[in-house]
Structures are given as structure tokens and as C-alpha cells.
Design a protein around this ligand. Structure first.
Ligand code: MN
Ligand code: MN
Length: 318
């Protein structure tokens, strides 16, 4: 009885304040009954409706508190086919779309997830590159979800690689966007286990040098830096899964390091994808961004003015 009175007074107060709550949630997505996160929505507008209905942001759809929900989601009105335009609306492509990935070329096929963006190659069965932003907002303490699975976002005429395609190959299912970079929520972590985020990686590369650079990146974030990372494979060592999946000769990664929003420097590595790299240091493989651009034909950080790009891409990290 007492509770009912309190509730009634509360609603009356709200009405008096001229902001009567919309008690009908019938047109909101189902997840509002349990727990929503950005990956529950197909479009930014859909997420925005939920944020507008729950301004206390109980589902944490507005990490940066600017009133806009799930900014990395695609806009509902798909009027934009210009990759540059897509780039500017997706945080993971803020500094450029390295191959002008798009929705027409199945060997340079753009996939935009809330957690990362990538260019997929249906012919090689691996991404050409994966790009993701990293700051402390992505880092929490959820467990590795380990739910490796095919990516259902690929077009119908593209083979969706399965977790078992790597079985018995001697290569790891190696993450490009690491599980450890997406630990703020279970669904963000789970997204890194899609097979479109994997390349066949030699165990010594994946579990040692590569992992150590991943850890170093998170160390930079703990010092307050913001990173924009792009990673992929280069060349062809062999193919596995009856030719459906290419094993790259090298793994590479380029990192744009920002401090208080200002570009500080870049880190680039090119590491052989074999077990000869055991017990080596990732610093042994430092090259310039320019060298990765030459080897891969990609253009990183194309959204950065050319004069600054030239400077930051020529210098190897110290
Ligand atoms: Mn790994
Ligand atoms: Mn460039």
C-alpha cells in the first residue's frame, strides 16, 4: 500500500514537472525486456530509440555520454555507398578505409561491426585487414567467450569459414582484433570470435610475439593513450581447408597512437608466420608504416593530412 502511494506521488510529480513518462514500450526492441547492448541493433536509429526511452542509459549504449547511442552502428538509411562516407561514420574507420572496402567487391568486402571493421576476401577465406579503435572504454573483465563461429554477415556467394576448417592444420585460429581488447561486455568479446576476424597463425607467432604486442598495446591504453589498430596477413605460405583458407607468409600490424586526441606516433611490425619466431621480441620486427603499405598495397591513415601522414609513416617506432 505504502509503495503504491509512493509510486503514485512519483508519477504525479513527473506529470507536474511536465515530463510524463511514456509507459508504452511496445514499439521498442525485445531486448529491453532483458538486457540490450549495441550488437542487438541493426541500425543506430534503433539503438537511439532505446536510449531515448531510457535516458539513464541502463544498457550502456552511450559510452561517451554525448547522447548518441551506438555510434559505430550503421545508419538506418543506407543512402551512402561511398566508402569514404562510411569511413567517417564508423569509429573503427575514423582514420581511413585502407583498401576502400565496399559492398560490391567480394574480395574487398566491407563488414562493419560495433566492435571492429574489416575488409573480407572471399577468395582467400581471410580478412584483408581488420581495423579497431582501442581505449579504456573497451576494457573490462569479462571472460574469453571462446565461441568461434562462422560469420553470417557474409554475402550468399561467399564461403563462410567454419571453426573446424583450421582443425589439424597446425595453425591457430588467430584473432586479428584480439579477444583481450574487447572485455567490457560478453557480446563485445563474443564478436571477436567470428571467423571473419581470424587468420591461420603459427602457434609461436600467435602465442608469443603477436600476443606480446597485443599486451603492449593495452599497456599504452592503461597509460591513457587511444589507439587505432589495423592488422592482417601478407603473402601466401600455403592453403588449408581444401584450398578455402590462405595461410599468410607474414602477419602485420600498424598502430596509430594518440595522446589527448593528438597523433603521437605509429607502431608497425611485420612478423614471419612460422615457428622460427619462437622466443623473439616483437620489437625485432618493427618496420615503418610505409613498408607495410608497400608490401600490401594498402593505404593506412588516409584521413590524416598527407603531410602528416608522410611524417608518421616513414619513421620506425623507437
Ligand atoms: Mn591471438
Ligand atoms: Mn597512408
Amino acid at each position: 500500500m505504502k509503495i503504491k502511494v509512493v509510486r503514485l506521488v512519483f508519477i504525479l510529480l513527473l506529470l507536474l514537472a511536465g515530463c510524463s513518462p511514456d509507459l508504452s514500450t511496445s514499439n521498442l526492441p525485445n531486448c529491453t525486456n532483458s538486457d540490450c547492448d549495441c550488437s542487438d541493433f541493426a541500425t543506430q536509429e534503433e539503438a537511439q530509440r532505446v536510449l531515448d526511452a531510457f535516458p539513464d542509459d541502463r544498457y550502456k549504449l552511450d559510452r561517451d555520454g554525448n547522447g548518441i547511442a551506438c555510434e559505430s552502428l550503421a545508419r538506418g538509411k543506407k543512402t551512402t555507398t561511398n566508402p569514404k562516407a562510411i569511413a567517417s561514420s564508423n569509429i573503427h574507420l575514423k582514420y581511413g578505409n585502407p583498401s576502400n572496402a565496399n559492398l560490391k567487391d567480394t574480395n574487398n568486402y566491407l563488414l562493419e561491426k560495433p566492435q571492429y571493421a574489416l575488409s573480407y576476401n572471399c577468395k582467400t577465406g581471410i580478412p584483408n585487414w581488420v581495423s579497431w579503435q582501442l581505449d579504456s572504454g573497451w576494457l573490462g573483465s569479462v571472460e574469453r567467450s571462446d565461441d568461434f563461429r562462422p560469420d553470417s554477415d557474409l554475402p550468399d556467394n561467399c564461403y563462410a569459414v567454419r571453426p573446424n576448417d583450421y582443425r589439424g592444420s597446425g595453425y591457430d585460429r588467430g584473432h586479428l582484433a584480439p579477444s583481450g581488447d574487447r572485455t567490457i561486455s560478453q557480446s563485445d568479446n563474443s564478436a571477436t570470435f567470428l571467423m571473419t576476424n581470424m587468420i591461420p597463425q603459427s602457434p609461436a607467432n600467435n602465442r608469443e610475439v603477436w600476443r606480446e604486442l597485443e599486451e603492449y598495446s593495452r599497456e599504452l591504453v592503461s597509460q591513457g593513450k587511444e589507439l587505432y589498430i589495423v592488422a592482417g596477413g601478407e603473402g601466401k605460405e600455403k592453403a588449408i581447408a581444401d584450398g578455402k583458407v590462405t595461410v599468410p607468409k607474414y602477419t602485420w600490424k600498424v598502430i596509430l597512437v594518440l595522446d589527448n586526441g593528438n597523433i603521437e606516433n605509429t607502431i608497425a611490425v611485420r612478423i614471419p608466420n612460422n615457428d622460427a619466431v619462437a622466443r623473439t621480441d616483437w620489437r625485432d620486427y618493427i618496420v615503418s608504416v610505409d613498408e607495410i603499405e608497400q608490401k600490401t598495397g594498402l593505404d593506412f591513415f588516409s584521413a590524416v593530412p598527407k603531410s602528416i601522414q608522410n611524417k608518421i609513416e616513414a619513421k620506425a617506432y623507437k
